[in-house]
Design a protein around this ligand. Structure first.
Ligand code: SF4
Ligand code: SF4
Length: 191
């Protein structure tokens, strides 16, 4: 049969020489490679003391965004949960009451919103599916825990802080077309 590549090697069963039987040349050859690597630039970092810089579109843990006035953007439509291939998202919807207009942007909001980070595969489908630009993935990693229930992130972990200085910038995750659209205040979506 004709070989598809020239990488195959014919194994010989010839008798080993004395030097081959004491393995010394092979050990020295291996040590030469090891020492050669000692003086090369390291490709690993001392995590967790040192963190790598992630790309702006890295898919790490999620954030539930607020709008410019600090109101929660999520309207509990459930599209993110339907889009999620890992069935990691659950929520309970509630109706906004009079006087809560400064808390929730839409008439319906998520009273409970949970993501099971052990199920999540960080595919970003929830981010893509959301019509309200309420959920985004971020550059932050999910921290390790000893108990499984700690990986179920609820609103306290997911909703971004009210303090404008602590908001999470997601503008680099959006296309120029979306950012341009958001500037147009004629659309209810942008008000
Ligand atoms: S990133 Fe993917 S797997 Fe994770 S919650 Fe979103 S849709 Fe589900
Ligand atoms: S995060 Fe977006 S898609 Fe998911 S329920 Fe809220 S508004 Fe709907």
């Amino acid at each position: 049969m004709q070989n598809l590549t020239n990488r195959s090697k014919v194994v010989s069963d010839k008798k080993m020489t004395f030097l081959e039987r004491i393995y010394l040349p092979a050990i020295l050859g291996g040590m030469r490679i090891t020492f050669g690597h000692l003086f090369r630039k390291k490709t690993t970092v001392q995590y967790p003391e040192v963190n790598r810089e992630f790309s702006d579109v890295y898919r790490g843990r999620h954030v539930l965004k607020r709008d410019d006035e600090g109101r929660e953007r999520c309207t509990a439509c459930g599209l993110c949960a339907v889009a999620c291939p890992a069935e990691a998202i659950t929520m309970v919807a509630a109706e906004r009451k009079p006087g809560e207009e400064n808390l929730y942007r839409e008439e319906k909001y998520a009273a409970v919103y949970e993501i099971n980070m052990l199920r999540c595969i960080f595919c970003g489908d929830c981010e893509e599916a959301c019509p309200k630009e309420a959920i985004f993935l971020t550059k932050e990693m999910v921290q390790s825990e000893y108990q499984r229930d700690k990986f179920i992130y609820g609103k306290p972990e997911l909703v971004e802080p009210l303090d404008p200085a602590k908001r999470i910038d997601v503008s680099k995750r959006q296309t120029p077309e979306v950012l341009e659209f958001k500037k147009d205040k004629r659309y209810k979506h942008n008000k």
